[in-house]
Design a protein around this ligand. Structure first.
Ligand code: DON
Length: 310
């Protein structure tokens, strides 16, 4: 493996290899606003620890962050509540779909991990402590904009409304937890915040920049600012590796070998610790709700660069 891989060349190669397949997979349609996205979009951005940015394709096209925001929710919740977060959610892979409800009853309304919907809803309840819904959303937007050093990042209100209109499964999860006394705030407040966090519109370039602190022991290598402690960064990455792709997390670890978090908008954030943050977007999903070509692109990148946590 070359010590400094030629990332521009590698990204071009990945783009060319996958181009004949652009549009493969199924765009999420259970959130109607997401179904309007052009399935042929594809973008990728890699930012190395020295701040060098390498992009290909639609790397500046904003897409819906969806479940990738769960990494930021967890980061904020750990900052606010510390390890007490783990009394509200576990940190084991679920082996179930992202919106599954089956484990909740067996496990007394404590979601398996913060990256399935039930877990992120419980985390959102924690983020509301001492805040109105508007303040909790504001806190997230300040966090994501400061990480990206980009004040233009915004919530796509049409997506937020679309989620709100069709979010019965999430309401079921939230009310189920509420029935066990697990929610501290009104369910409609918690879900309103959760839906808005999922509806952040972000590009690959911005998303890779947001994730860069996780590749650098919790410190933003560009500004030098400390975002989380080194041990916390390692732990967030550990949960991404084990739980970031739902019941396909094992397969992603096997094929890519990097912590990653997917969203039904077709994005994936992957972290190569000590090297780079990577964001890829391709809206066609596989049966697990993860980007089909996005995970293939990351597999190719990992193979060509030799980047792996193993
Ligand atoms: O709550 C939902 O269903 C969506 N806002 C997020 C789900 C998601 O992104 C799952 N990811 N692969």
């Amino acid at each position: 493996m070359p010590e400094r891989p030629d990332l521009d060349h590698i990204l071009r190669e990945i783009h060319e290899t996958l181009a004949p397949r652009f549009g493969e997979g199924a765009v999420a349609d259970y959130i109607p606003q997401l179904a309007r996205v052009d399935p042929r979009g594809f973008g990728m951005a890699v930012i190395t620890l020295d701040g060098d940015t390498h992009v290909v394709g639609d790397a500046d096209t904003a897409f819906s962050i969806q479940s990738i925001s769960k990494v930021l929710m967890l980061t904020l919740a750990l900052g606010k509540h510390g390890e007490a977060v783990w009394s509200r959610v576990g940190r084991e892979p679920s082996g179930s779909a992202f919106n599954s409800i089956v484990q909740l009853e067996y496990e007394h309304a404590v979601p398996r991990n913060p990256f399935i919907n039930a877990g992120a809803i419980a985390i959102t309840d924690l983020l509301l402590a001492g805040h109105t819904p508007r303040e909790a959303i504001g806190e997230m937007m300040r966090f994501v904009r400061s990480l990206a050093e980009d004040e233009s990042i915004a919530i796509d209100q049409a997506v937020a409304r679309s989620e709100q209109a069709t979010g019965d499964r999430n309401r079921a999860l939230a009310y189920f937890m509420h029935s066990y006394g697990q929610m501290r705030h009104p369910v409609d407040h918690v879900l309103g915040v959760y839906f808005h966090h999922c509806a952040i519109a972000i590009s690959c370039r911005q998303l890779a920049r947001v994730g860069l602190f996780l590749a650098n022991n919790g410190r933003d290598p560009v500004t030098g600012g400390s975002i989380v402690s080194p041990s916390r960064a390692r732990r967030i990455n550990a949960v991404m590796l084990t739980c970031g792709h739902y019941d396909q997390s094992g397969d992603f670890a096997y094929r890519v070998g990097l912590p990653g978090k997917s969203g039904v908008g077709g994005g994936i954030l992957a972290i190569a610790p000590g090297r780079a943050a990577v964001a890829v977007w391709s809206p066609g999903l596989n049966a697990f709700g993860n980007s089909l070509l996005g995970s293939l692109a990351l597999e190719m990148l990992a193979r060509r660069t030799g980047w792996s946590v193993f």
